[in-house]
Design a protein around this ligand. Structure first.
Ligand SMILES: NC(=O)c1ccc[n+]([C@@H]2O[C@H](COP(=O)([O-])OP(=O)(O)OC[C@H]3O[C@@H](n4cnc5c(N)ncnc54)[C@H](OP(=O)(O)O)[C@@H]3O)[C@@H](O)[C@H]2O)c1
Length: 299
């Protein structure tokens, strides 16, 4: 089996490649791609590369992920998230490969009471959410798809909320954090395991997959500090007091019913995931590792 992985220099792509290696897939059967190997917006290049490799599976993780930046760069964002996804889906179809497309809770407007099911009607509030949904629709046109909506991602290979909180603890002892957006974090190590499991089946369709349990950003932040022995006052604030360019859904609770129905394992609880992530972080040569070590020693 040959696996092509887009966005391998990002958070999720990096862990998908690691997971394949953990399962003893040989290096020669893994094709990690970044923009220099294959620009997903360049249709001719995508078709030629995929035709040359003829993968059995494409993990399409690459995307425009700057949510606020997208508001002023709609065309550029659409090119990556919609056209890029369409190119990857068309290339998958050309060679008969299965495709995994990673989508987002931001396809929803967050006004529903309760959890979002996979067939609830999307109504994205942001350019990013809109273009990711366009990408979904392009991929859905090809039968052999797994569309997996995730949220609030953290992984070792990139910037994320946990790294930001840890770094802020060096200069602040009090933080205002949004408390009325509720959802679930997603640890890329846990997600990568599920994605690799998925592609060994023909259980095509749309799924929601993030770590178990719900929290607000303020609760997420509090847990990061408390579990790291960092003294920080987290003040819960409403979204309206934290203006951002892109509008985010307030309710990002995703139902995992589709995972259960297909017999896939749910991801572990998000707090457990944060703890394991910090064990990864602490082994890095980074400022975040130094902060974690300092507080672990109680300095
Ligand atoms: N991060 C989140 O909180 C979040 C939440 C929900 C869903 N998602 C989705 O989850 C997936 C993975 O997210 P992530 O956090 O791992 O993303 P990430 O760390 O930002 O990585 C995305 C990767 O895509 C690459 N890329 C961008 N434009 C490209 C192009 N034209 N051709 C080829 N590669 C290109 C980027 O390369 P450069 O760095 O060189 O530009 C980067 O390595 C994405 O599909 C995202 O939409 C993310």
């Amino acid at each position: 089996m040959k696996y092509l992985v887009t966005g391998y220099k990002g958070q999720l792509g990096y862990d998908v490649v690691r997971e394949l290696k953990n399962r003893n897939v040989s290096d020669s059967d893994i094709y990690p791609m970044d923009i220099n190997d294959m620009d997903i917006t360049n249709r001719d290049q995508v078709m030629a590369k995929v035709n040359e490799i003829k993968p059995d599976v494409i993990f399409h993780n690459a995307a425009w992920t700057n949510v606020d930046g997208a508001e002023d760069m709609q065309e550029a964002c659409e090119k990556v998230n919609y056209l890029g996804a369409k190119n990857m889906a068309d290339a998958a179809k050309m060679v008969g490969a299965k495709i995994v497309y990673i989508s987002t809770d931001y396809v929803f407007d967050g006004t529903k009471d309760g959890m979002y099911e996979i067939d609830d009607k999307p109504n994205p509030l942001s350019v990013y959410g809109k273009t990711k949904y366009q990408g979904e629709e392009a991929v859905r046109d090809y039968e052999k798809h797994f569309i997996v909506r995730i949220s609030w991602v953290f992984g070792i290979n990139g910037k994320n909320f946990i790294r930001t909180m840890l770094k802020l603890s060096e200069s602040r002892d009090e933080l205002n954090v949004v408390a009325d957006q509720v959802g679930s974090p997603t640890y890329t190590v846990d997600l990568a395991k599920l994605l690799v499991d998925m592609v060994s089946t023909e259980k095509y369709g749309t799924y929601h997959a993030n770590n178990e349990g719900f929290c607000s950003w303020a609760e997420f932040a509090k847990y990061i500090f408390e579990s790291s022995n960092i003294n920080m006052k987290v003040n819960p604030i409403p979204t309206k007091d934290y203006p951002q360019k892109a509008t985010r859904p307030l309710n990002s609770k995703l139902s995992k019913k589709s995972l259960d129905d297909a017999g896939f394992n749910r991801l572990p609880n998000w707090m457990d995931a944060v703890n394991r992530y910090k064990e990864e972080l602490i082994n890095e040569d980074s400022i975040e590792a130094k902060i974690l070590i300092k507080h672990r020693k109680g300095e």
